[in-house]
Design a protein. Structure first.
Length: 132
């Protein structure tokens, strides 16, 4: 449903946001199921952010501006949360930070992709290139 009836950039952005939302849910579950700390916060935050991302993706079909802005805000908030933690590195020797880098990089990428999609849509509206 998210990928039907769309073409070009819109379809790519929808697919990207869909993968991003699922990634957030999976990493939230990973933080709870497969880490020694059994972090319930990871489960709730990752699951919540992933579900919110999927909700905004669904809402994009009804109101594209609100859906895209909502997803951009989620991605920017997660980048702001995880990028500084990833840059600090592990708290203790032997700690893994791959999941922090994964979320940080994916969030920055999604935010930039949504921004680029917006710019392409505005250029199309003004008579420039065709975005979607």
């Amino acid at each position: 449903i998210f990928l039907r009836n769309n073409t070009g950039v819109t379809r790519i952005l929808n697919a990207l946001v869909l993968v991003y939302g699922v990634l957030l849910i999976v990493l939230g579950a990973y933080g709870y199921l497969f880490t020694p700390s059994k972090s319930i916060v990871s489960l709730l935050a990752g699951g919540g952010a992933g579900l919110l991302t999927l909700f905004f993706l669904w809402f994009t079909g009804k109101n594209p501006r609100v859906g895209r802005i909502g997803n951009a805000v989620v991605a920017l908030a997660l980048a702001g949360q995880f990028l500084p933690k990833a840059l600090k590195g592990p708290k203790e020797p032997g700690d893994h930070v791959w999941h922090l880098w994964t979320i940080a990089i994916a969030s920055v990428f999604v935010f930039l992709a949504l921004g680029a999609g917006h710019m392409m849509a505005m250029r199309e509206k003004k008579g420039g290139i065709r975005a979607a």
